[in-house]
Design a protein around this ligand. Structure first.
Ligand code: PEP
Ligand code: MG
Length: 579
């Protein structure tokens, strides 16, 4: 038996056979009109140029590291890219078949590859691998990274991958994935968040899982504790089966709390709502007894596709969530693209520090034509339920004012068109950048509420990349700097008469619940599976007890001390949950 320790990303225990996930390319087919042909030709030219640059870069590196001769191996790739007859064949295909360029490119190249593999000409046969490599590189540039292994799984398996993007993880819910484990990633990477939403146990940051686990091995994944066991002995399997049954029993008991209020023994109540990534998570939201949606991450509407979602499509998605929640609040977050969530149609350029780069509200303000479509869809859907909206990654007053200006302009435009909209519509700011937390008194004048995004707030305040497993030990939600920022935002928000929520993963950590409640947090929004745990903790104490926890914690000096204190307190209050 081999035991690996990683970062627990999504709770639960799973057992099954390993499937090693390697990137493959999915080529979506789309019809195009005559008018779109020039743009498709341009996309081809750009992808060819981009591929040429990438190959020249590889050649340069090889020449420096291994010598000119090795670098020249790639000359054959460049010849394929410069082949005029291939280019012409693709353009002719575009005109005659009226299909998108990746489909035509793929068909033409595959046809050549087939012919090459059948020929007696040794030179041509040897070029097959080069052409195949070029095919994948160009396609990857045309598409952004896309995969289709997840679409074709027929058995229930545990996926073992070096990395999975949030968009790949988003594809999983339709398939037979028992659990997944990855070499890279951190606790609040969007891949981990997605796994939690989909209720798929996951362990990330294992460093060498793909090297140490072979295809088909039997393994156990404990996503609650971050343990991965390969070829376990029968007594270990038995122990985990028992543990699995115990966890299921606790979950069943917790679900009895579903319809009870989230209030302390002395009736101090808070709002417990859910985070969702996709509208199809709503059954889980309802099953876990959430009061509305505190964070609807809309960027998943933009992933795994080649075009942008239209206003109608977004309107339908927002309207359906608003209606199904039957008047309960739904906070839609405007798109937070960038960071670890990229999309192919916009071809966001790669950046050295994407989390600190062209992301979220910065992207929306730079591309108002895309932003306005989303705002129109949200406002039009507002008539169908209790919708609110918030902006991600606000870092200054100007940014917030600019976003609000665009919002007002869109609202006036819709009014002129006679579109019905809700009369009262709350707009909030996410507080997830330290500069926003420190100037929240200034931001408060522009909004109706704050929602604290601890996933980012922690990474920016502590300078710890949230997806980097090497420094995951520094990612400390209990660090005194973080607690002071949170306390300040709640206090300032309240003195400006705003309600203050939290939608980062911290809101769903039972160990943090008493502290946050004692600080006065009004709304906790988290993955639906975490809600019953949090509610159980809230219902076990008096509010004054939570306030005394805050007082004691504020005297402690390190994140480790705070964590130890909070863990011990939780054990005392709900011993059955913390064994
Ligand atoms: C956060 O940063 O805490 C948050 C909720 O947003 P996201 O995880 O999508 O960045
Ligand atoms: Mg965030």
């Amino acid at each position: 038996m081999i035991a690996l320790k990683g970062i627990p990303a999504a709770p639960g225990i799973a057992m099954g056979k390993a499937l090693l996930f390697r990137e493959e390319l999915l080529v979506p087919k789309r019809s195009i009109s005559d008018g779109e042909i020039p743009a498709e030709v341009l996309r081809l030219e750009e992808a060819l140029i981009q591929t040429r640059h990438q190959i020249s870069g590889i050649q340069k590196r090889l020449a420096e590291e291994l010598g000119q001769e090795q670098a020249e191996i790639f000359n054959a790739h460049l010849l394929v890219l410069e082949d005029q007859s291939l280019r012409e064949e693709i353009i002719t295909g575009l005109k005659s078949q009226h299909l998108n360029v990746e489909t035509i490119f793929n068909e033409v190249v595959l046809r050549h590859l087939k012919a090459f593999s059948r020929t007696n000409d040794e030179y041509l046969r040897e070029r097959t691998a080069d052409v195949e490599d070029v095919r994948k590189r160009v396609l990857r540039n045309l598409l952004g990274k896309q995969t289709d292994v997840l679409e074709r799984l027929s058995q229930r398996v545990i996926l073992v991958a070096r990395d999975l993007s949030p968009s790949e993880t988003a594809l999983m819910h339709r398939h037979n994935i028992l659990a997944f484990v990855t070499d890279v990633g951190g606790r609040t990477s969007h891949t981990a968040i997605m796994a939690k939403s989909l209720e798929i146990p996951a362990v990330v940051g294992l460093v060498s899982a793909t090297k140490r686990i072979s295809e088909g091995s039997f393994m156990i994944v404990d996503g609650t504790h971050g343990d991965v066991l390969i070829d376990p002995d029968p007594s270990t399997v038995e122990r985990y089966e028992l543990e699995h049954r115990r966890a299921q029993e606790i979950n069943r008991q917790l679900l009895h709390l579903k319809d009870l209020p989230a209030e302390t023994l002395d009736h101090h109540s808070v709002t417990l709502s859910a985070n969702i990534e996709l509208p199809d998570e709503l059954p889980s939201v309802i099953a876990h007894g959430a009061h509305g949606i505190g964070l609807f991450r809309t960027e998943f509407l933009y992933l795994n596709r080649l075009d942008l979602p239209t206003e109608e499509e977004q309107y339908d998605a927002y309207r359906s969530v608003a209606e199904r929640l039957k008047g309960q609040p739904v906070v839609i977050r405007t798109m937070d693209l960038g960071g670890d969530k990229f999309l192919s149609p916009l071809q966001l350029p790669s950046e050295m520090n994407p989390f600190m780069g062209w992301r979220a509200i910065r992207f929306s303000l730079a591309r108002p034509e895309i932003f306005r479509v989303q705002l129109r869809a949200i406002l039009r859907a507002s008539i169908h339920g209790n919708l609110k909206m918030m902006y991600p990654m606000i870092s200054s007053l100007e940014e917030l004012q600019r976003a609000n200006e665009i919002f007002r302009d869109v609202r006036e435009e819709l009014s002129r068109e006679g579109a019905p909209m809700a009369e009262r519509f709350e707009v909030g700011a996410m507080i997830e950048v330290p500069s926003a937390a420190l100037t929240c008194d200034l931001l408060a004048k522009e909004v109706d509420f704050f929602s604290i995004g601890t996933n980012d707030l922690i990474q920016y305040a502590l300078a710890v990349d949230r997806v980097n497993e090497k420094i995951a030990y520094l990612y400390e939600p209990t660090h005194p700097a973080i607690l002071r920022l949170i306390q300040r935002v709640i206090e300032v928000g309240h003195s400006a008469n705003l309600w203050v929520g939290m939608c980062g993963e911290m809101a769903g950590e039972p160990v943090m619940t008493l502290l946050l409640m004692g600080m006065g947090l009004d709304e906790f929004s988290t993955s639906p599976v975490q809600l019953p745990l949090v509610k159980r903790v809230i219902r076990s104490v008096e509010h004054s007890f939570a306030r005394s926890v805050v007082e004691q914690v504020l005297t402690l000096k390190t994140g480790k001390e705070v964590e130890a204190f909070l863990t011990a307190t939780l054990k005392q209050i709900v011993p059955d949950l913390t064994e």
